[in-house]
Design a protein around this ligand. Structure first.
Ligand SMILES: *Cc1c(COP(=O)(O)O)cnc(C)c1O
Length: 540
């Protein structure tokens, strides 16, 4: 299996190169040359699989055995999911015959990103150790500098995925003071020497822009060998397809009739989680339309309404007064404060202006729109890349693109979309807490639950919904306690692991302005320290 960039070029990469590169040099995202189909007997053969078995079976369809053998893959996968607290890794919980929750938060940082990042860390380490083992004595060892931006979860999950891994250092930028206290503590209390937290006085999107700028800086990228852990990394998407399969079997086995159609409902930000569902669907996993559930940062919900993929709505809807106060940004660099772009909501891990992985879906939509009569597969693929490239240039220059009607129709074949307000999010947390069985959802999960409820009345009677639960409620105490003021949070919600976290020693570097050069300087400083073998320590 090979991979190519959504924006074209003749280059085809191995799985290893794809994972180590992250973002393609031309700004595109890597996708497989074809989507593999499932083995004939999967429905019977896979029925009793464990999470690890599913992982090995699915991942090996996308990774050539001469890159990673099934045996090696099994070792990597077992190691990755041993850190999860539940034997099913991603267990399903039944709310009713019509609705199940797929809990993705039983990993080390209590959020769904652990599923992908525990594996990604082990893949990185596996590739580097193998490359370095092949080097002649005295030859320079290959190292990887992982750089990422986080609005909260990616950071801690990436740090836990990469802490203490050989040949890897990790630099995570977060918007200072704009991630939840527990998330900030989770990230900055990891004091392994290869872990560097950068608190940038900026928004998450500024942080993401800096990371993008670093990746497109050829010289810097080559010197430091940058690797991505943002949700654009192909291995993350791949790792996430696994639980769609697990949920399929686990839910069906708990239902009285097999005459059901499953509908996955996915709280969405950068479109990584739900994109994994799209791949599962295209591979042949039976399901209805995937539901894209957004918060008030609803660029995706608007796309499915109008076919316009547009950064900021032309008529800005007002602040509804229920959300957290808009931060006052005293930055003097002329950039507009957050109010004009990303909206701070109760589900901050989904507070995005654009959805980075959406480009991958747009590529498939472009591909479907190419006239099939026009030539062979390669011609069609090339044309899809050109169309996609045109769309992305428009997004870059105008902040928006409108796709043709038939492209929108194609998108509607596989997806539904809903936008959920902060108010609906809190109401939903309360509703499910007060329900039977009582369920305490985090605000991201609540966005999914709310979307599921909105859509349920339009579903055929044979539909059962699976709502993906992306975080433990303890990670987002503000929203949960606001929705459930009478709840004894410390007793009913807070896991043992979080107690005392806020008091632990921290390690973090402050970055005063969202400037690429300031971040480069930090990375260079630590790279030198690491080359010199000294202890690197800046805190404050
Ligand atoms: C990252 C994240 C999401 C959104 O996932 P995407 O893959 O970016 O769509 C939802 N909920 C939580 C808790 C997250 O951390």
């Amino acid at each position: 299996m090979k991979y190519f960039s959504t924006r074209g070029g003749s280059q085809e990469l191995s799985f290893e190169e794809t994972v180590l590169t992250g973002l393609a040099p031309n700004g595109g995202l890597y996708i497989p040359t074809s989507i593999p189909t499932l083995p004939q007997d999967w429905q019977t053969e896979w029925a009793s699989y464990s999470f690890v078995d599913f992982s090995v079976a699915i991942l090996s369809l996308y990774i050539s055995p001469n890159e990673i053998t099934q045996e090696e893959l099994r070792v990597l996968v077992e190691k990755s999911y041993a850190s999860f607290r539940h034997p099913d890794v991603t267990p399903v919980k039944k709310l009713s015959d019509k609705a199940f929750v797929l809990e993705l938060f039983h990993g080390p940082t209590f959020a769904f990103k652990d599923v992908a990042l525990q594996l990604l860390g082990n893949l990185f380490e596996f590739f580097l150790l193998r490359r370095n083992a092949r080097k002649a004595p005295g030859e320079r060892q290959e190292k990887l500098t992982v750089v990422g931006a986080t609005s909260g979860d990616t950071g801690s999950a990436a740090i836990y995925g990469l802490r203490n891994k050989a040949n890897i250092s990790i630099f995570i930028l977060h918007p200072k003071g704009r991630v939840s206290p527990i998330q900030e503590a989770q990230m900055t209390t990891v004091t392994d020497a290869n872990v560097h937290n950068l608190a940038v006085k900026a928004t998450f999107d500024d942080c993401q822009d800096i990371v993008k700028a670093l990746f497109s800086d050829q010289a810097f990228n080559t010197t430091h060998r940058l690797g991505a852990v943002n949700s654009i990394n192909w291995a993350r998407i791949l790792a996430q397809t696994v639980y769609y399969f697990l949920a399929y079997f686990h839910v069906r086995s708990q239902l009285p009739s097999s005459q059901v159609e499953l509908q996955y409902v996915v709280p969405t930000g950068n479109f990584g989680d739900v994109l994994a569902g799209f791949y599962a669907k295209k591979m042949g996993l039976p399901m209805g339309k995937l539901v894209v559930a957004t918060n008030e940062n609803d660029i995706l919900a608007r796309f499915w309404k109008s076919g316009k993929y547009e950064k900021v709505e032309s008529s800005l809807d007002g602040v509804d007064g229920t959300g957290p106060t808009e931060p006052v940004d005293g930055a003097s660099d002329g950039k507009q404060a957050t109010g004009a772009g990303v909206k701070e909501t109760y589900s901050p891990a989904m507070d995005i202006l654009v959805s980075s992985n959406f480009e991958r879906l747009l590529w498939y939509l472009a591909y479907e729109s190419v006239d099939v009569g026009k030539g062979d597969e390669n011609v069609r693929r090339k044309e899809a890349c050109e169309i996609l490239d045109g769309w992305m240039s428009k997004v870059k220059s105008d902040g928006r693109v409108e796709v043709p009607v038939k492209v929108l129709e194609e998108a509607r074949k596989d997806f539904l979309a809903e936008r959920i307000s902060d108010e609906q999010t809190l109401e939903t947390i309360k509703l499910y807490h007060d329900g039977t069985p009582s369920y305490i959802a985090d605000p991201h999960t609540a966005v999914g639950l709310a979307a599921a409820r909105l859509i349920a009345p339009q579903n055929p009677s044979t539909t059962t919904q699976i709502i993906l639960s992306t975080a433990h409620p303890a990670k987002f105490s503000e929203a949960v306690t606001r929705a459930l003021p009478d709840l004894d949070f410390d007793v009913e919600v807070l896991p043992e692991e979080f107690k005392g976290l806020l008091k632990k020693e921290r390690r973090v570097v402050d970055v005063e302005r969202p400037e690429v050069n300031l971040v480069k300087a930090v990375i260079e400083r630590f790279a030198q320290v690491e080359e010199g073998g000294e202890e690197g320590g800046a805190s404050g």
